[in-house]
Design a protein around this ligand. Structure first.
Ligand code: COA
Length: 257
């Protein structure tokens, strides 16, 4: 199957899912999220033993959820939008083989959240990452409030989310968000090598290891994700959400209430 803004490529048993909307720095809109969901199903059905998630081009992994689309959403549509993003992040987290985010540039908001839903994260040295939603008058809505503290600890996550911090790759690695940072030109080879190592391991044991690790945060994380989804949707239509997103689209600084 092929999609307009998503590619699924194979190298042996390693599948690579590439988000390909370079004009919008690979920001995620509805068709792209739907295509990602379908591509993940296809990769799982076709027996991928490792999956790489990355973004097309040299600038961005995924610059976030599509702000122009979100700008005028009301709460009911925002609830559906939040669910769609959660479904893709959950599909990544539950993918039956290890997943690697190859973070090759901007990974903000929903991009940071998709990277965090992967098992491992390898970044190029010029990558920038953060849950930056606060500056749009909203909160992380695709798992960031739960997965960021899990990865970087409570204090650092609160600072990042409250301040909308954009961390460079080295700082993100120090915080625990990236497992490895490599020169930009080495990212592809490093990730290919890692994916091949993972794909060569016994698949059934690998799946069991992943599921066992994931069980650790099943209960509290599931409740937190549901809470986050409602809180995220409830912010749509507030003056600060309208102002934050309008300011981005109009390329100016927001003035919050
Ligand atoms: N949603 C929709 N469009 C986006 C986008 C997003 N999250 N991020 C970037 N784009 C678009 C821009 O609107 C611009 O489109 P245009 O050329 O039609 O005007 C294009 O991608 C290039 O972005 P631009 O801002 O001009 O590039 P830049 O190099 O100056 O800055 C960023 C890059 C990533 C720093 C900046 O685009 C940015 O801050 N994006 C928003 C990040 C964010 O808050 N994400 C969280 C969303 S949940």
């Amino acid at each position: 199957m092929s999609w307009e803004t998503v590619q699924l490529d194979w190298d042996g048993a390693v599948a690579t899912l590439t988000v390909d909307r370079p004009d919008a720095l690979n920001a995620l809109n509805v068709p792209t999220l739907e295509a990602m969901g379908e591509a993940l199903t296809e990769a799982a059905d076709d027996g991928a033993r490792a999956l790489v998630l990355t973004g097309a081009g040299d600038d961005a992994f995924i610059a976030g959820a599509d702000i122009a689309y979100m700008q005028d959403l009301e709460t009911p549509k925002a609830q559906e939008w939040g669910e769609l993003g959660h479904d893709v992040a959950d599909a990544l987290e539950a993918f039956p083989a290890p997943t690697i985010a190859a973070v090759n540039g901007y990974a903000f908001g929903g991009g940071c959240e998709m990277a965090m839903a992967c098992d491992l994260r390898v970044a190029s040295e010029s990558a920038l990452i953060g849950n930056t939603e606060i500056d749009l008058g909203i909160i992380p809505g695709w798992g960031g409030t739960q997965r960021l503290p899990e990865l970087v600890g409570d204090e650092t996550a609160r600072r990042m989310i409250f301040l909308g911090e954009r961390l460079d790759a080295e700082s993100a690695a120090e915080a625990g968000l990236f497992g490895e940072v490599v020169a930009d030109e080495d990212l592809e080879d490093t990730v290919t090598d890692l994916a091949e190592q993972l794909a060569a391991k016994p698949a059934v044991a690998m799946r069991a290891a992943k599921q066992a690790i994931n069980q650790r945060h099943e209960g509290p994380q599931a409740a937190g994700l549901t809470y986050e989804q409602r809180a995220f949707a409830s912010l749509f239509g507030t003056p600060d959400q309208r102002e934050g997103m309008t300011a981005f689209v109009e390329n100016r600084d927001p003035e919050f209430e």
